[in-house]
Design a binder for this molecule. Structure first.
Ligand SMILES: Cc1ncc(COP(=O)(O)O)c(C=O)c1O
Length: 286
């Protein structure tokens, strides 16, 4: 594990006229699988595991979930049993194969039951497993415990800075950042989901703070959707900076930053940190 993750100055030709200093916080380099916000969001849940009287950890995810394989890899490293409840069918995609290789027991759950996170059916199907001995980590590692480890991202940045920008799914990562930011620093979130207009309320509720803004207009059609415009921008950025991006989260974040910069959102002289939240194992742009 590479911690603290590197903070890298980024030069990109399209940003030169705007007189800002841009850095990338390379959380993607923490670990090939336990990468980006996966390590950060699991941290608080692991503290709960160690504080409680548990035998293992159990979590939830779709068949291509970054979170599921990251939890599997963490459990393998720590030598603790893990269960992954998979939404719908278990297919033999590389992510689930990797989770299995790490020793995670994968259990499929039909989509309706999964939506309600109702495990009573599982208790009947798997009487040999004592589910009460497993610490439940919510889907994506979200919630208040998920925020705890995100706070160290800010502690690791040794330079003073004015803005931090992150992709948002559930908003947990952004909330973790906002929670520990000084009032002088502003956080910008880029939602990758379509029609997700509850993020601002959610983050305000978790942090009781207002020094952030979430942009909803950069989802490119919705979760994991892309367009030629997004992909060609991301490829050009990757070629010129050698920073890899994924098409679900980080490409949309950099695209949004680029647009906002050109619209004058970031004042001249600003120092801005873009957070690389990972996602490269499942959805790299090639
Ligand atoms: C690579 C990557 N970036 C960003 C996010 C969004 O994080 P959050 O759900 O905490 O907003 C996720 C989802 O966990 C992710 O997998």
């Amino acid at each position: 594990m590479q911690l603290p993750s590197p903070l890298q100055r980024v030069e990109f030709d399209e940003w030169e006229p705007y007189d800002v200093e841009v850095y990338f916080k390379r959380d993607d380099l923490i670990h090939p699988i336990i990468s980006g916000n996966k390590w950060r969001k699991s941290y608080g849940h692991l503290l709960k595991f160690f504080e409680g009287n548990y035998n293992g950890i159990l979590t939830f995810g779709g068949a291509y979930s970054n979170h599921l394989i990251a939890v599997a890899a963490i459990a393998e490293k720590l030598g603790i049993p893990s269960i992954g409840i998979v939404r719908g069918e278990i297919n033999d995609n590389p992510a689930l194969e990797k989770a299995k290789e790490c020793g995670m027991k994968l259990i499929p759950l039909n989509r309706t039951v999964y939506r309600n996170k109702d495990i009573s059916e599982l208790i009947q199907l798997y009487p040999e497993i004592d589910f009460s001995k497993f610490n439940f980590i919510p889907e994506g590692g979200g919630g208040e415990a998920g925020m705890v480890g995100c706070q160290s991202i800010i502690d690791e940045i040794s330079l003073p800075f004015d803005y931090i920008v992150s992709a948002c799914g559930t908003g947990t990562t952004l909330a973790g950042l906002v929670n520990v930011l000084s009032e002088k620093v502003f956080a910008v979130g880029v939602s990758v989901l379509k029609g997700e207009d509850t993020l601002t309320t959610y983050i305000k509720h978790l942090t009781k703070k207002e020094n952030f803004e979430v942009f909803e207009g950069f989802h490119f059609g919705g979760y994991a959707r892309t367009t030629d415009e997004l992909l060609s921008f991301a490829r050009r950025f990757m070629n010129l900076t050698s920073i890899p991006l994924d098409y679900v989260y980080t490409a949309k974040m950099v695209f949004a930053f680029n647009q906002l910069l050109k619209q004058g959102y970031f004042p001249k002289g600003s120092r801005i940190v873009l957070l690389h939240t990972g996602g490269l194992y499942n959805a790299p742009i090639i």
